[in-house]
Ligand binder design. Structure first.
Ligand SMILES: C[S@@+](CC[C@H](N)C(=O)[O-])C[C@H]1O[C@@H](n2cnc3c(N)ncnc32)[C@H](O)[C@@H]1O
Length: 281
C-alpha cells in the first residue's frame, strides 16, 4: 500500500461515517502512524506504508469513525508553537484559543517585569504554558476545578521544562485574596447546559465540566468578571474566550470605576468571541 492509496480509501471511509474533514483527518492519522510529517504524505504519494504503521493506522481510523477527537487518538495537540499532551481528561485546545493567547502575549509585552499570569480553568495548560514559554521570566499559576485536568496541565509543564515557574491550584472559584497577577486569562466553560445534549459526539467525548457554563453559559465568566479586579495588579487585565455573541453580555457589568478599558473583539472567523478588560493603573 502507498500513502496515496491508503489515504484515498481512509478518506472515503471517514466521509461515509459523516466525519468532518475526512481527508485531513486521514492525513494526520497516517502521518502519526508512520511517524512522518503530514505534508510528506502529499509530497511523496508513492511512499510505502510499512505493515506496523498500517496496523496502527487501522486501529486509529476505527476510533475516528466512532467520533473520537483526533487529538485524543494521537495523544497530542500543537498549540501556538508548543506540543501538548492531550487526552480525555481535558478539552482539546482550539485554534480560537491560540488567538486569545496571542492577544494575552501582546498585553504582557506592555507590562514591566517580573510578570505573573493566572490561567483560570487551565485544562491541558494550553494558554498558560505557551505564555510561560514565550516569556522566560513569567510566573504562571494554573487553576483548575478538575483534578484530572490539573494533573494533565502539570504533566505538560514538566514535559516542557516549565514546572519550576508554575504553581498548580485545584479550585472552583477565584478567591478574593491571594497573589495579584498582571494577567488573568480564561477560556471558561461557556456552553448553556440545555445546549449540551445536542452537541456532536466528538464534542460530547470531551469532559462535561469543560463545556457546561450553566443556564446561560456564563456562570464562570460572570464570576471572573466580578472577582478578577481584586486579583489583578494595577493596570492588569482579564482576557476571556466565550461563545459567539456572549462577550457583549458581560460588558454592561464592568463599571468604569473599576475598569479603565473594556471591549470585546472578534476571532478570525468574525465571531464576537473575546472579552478584554484592564483595571485602572
Ligand atoms: C473550555 S475548557 C478550557 C481548557 C483550556 N484552558 C483550553 O483553553 O484549552 C474549561 C476548563 O475550565 C475548567 N473549569 C470548569 N469549571 C471551573 C470552575 N468553576 N473553576 C475552575 N475551573 C473550571 C474545566 O475543567 C476545563 O478544564
Amino acid at each position: 500500500m502507498t500513502a496515496a492509496t491508503t489515504l484515498t480509501e481512509a478518506s472515503r471511509r471517514l466521509a461515509s461515517r459523516g466525519v468532518d474533514e475526512p481527508g485531513l483527518n486521514a492525513q494526520w492519522l497516517l502521518a502519526d502512524a508512520m511517524g512522518v510529517e503530514r505534508l510528506r504524505l502529499l509530497a511523496e504519494p508513492d511512499l510505502p506504508v510499512p505493515p506496523a504503521a498500517l496496523e496502527k493506522f487501522e486501529k486509529h481510523l476505527l476510533l475516528k469513525e466512532q467520533g473520537l477527537p483526533l487529538a485524543y487518538i494521537t495523544g497530542w495537540q500543537d498549540f501556538r508553537g508548543i506540543r501538548l499532551k492531550v487526552d480525555a481528561r481535558v478539552l482539546v485546545p482550539r485554534p480560537e484559543t491560540e488567538e486569545l493567547a496571542g492577544f494575552a502575549a501582546d498585553f504582557l509585552k506592555t507590562r514591566p517585569e517580573p510578570l505573573s499570569a493566572l490561567d483560570y480553568g487551565a485544562g491541558s495548560g494550553a494558554i498558560g504554558l505557551c505564555l510561560a514559554t514565550e516569556f522566560p521570566g513569567l510566573r504562571l499559576t494554573a487553576l483548575e476545578k478538575s483534578p484530572e485536568a490539573l494533573a494533565c496541565a502539570r504533566e505538560n509543564a514538566l514535559a516542557l521544562d516549565l514546572a519550576g515557574r508554575c504553581e498548580f491550584i485545584e479550585a472552583d472559584t477565584l478567591a478574593a485574596s491571594g497573589p495579584k497577577f498582571d494577567l488573568i486569562a480564561a477560556n471558561p466553560p461557556y456552553i448553556p447546559s440545555s445546549v449540551i445534549p445536542g452537541l456532536s459526539p466528538e464534542v460530547l467525548s470531551e469532559p462535561y465540566v469543560a463545556l457546561d457554563g450553566g443556564g446561560d453559559g456564563l456562570d464562570v465568566a460572570r464570576m471572573l468578571v466580578r472577582m478578577a479586579p481584586a486579583r489583578l495588579k494595577k493596570g492588569g487585565a482579564l482576557v476571556m474566550e466565550l461563545g459567539g455573541s456572549q462577550p457583549p453580555c458581560l460588558l454592561a457589568s464592568m463599571s468604569a470605576e473599576v475598569w479603565a478599558e473594556k471591549r470585546t473583539f472578534k476571532d478570525l472567523n468574525g465571531v464576537q468571541r473575546f472579552l478584554y478588560g484592564r483595571i485602572h493603573g
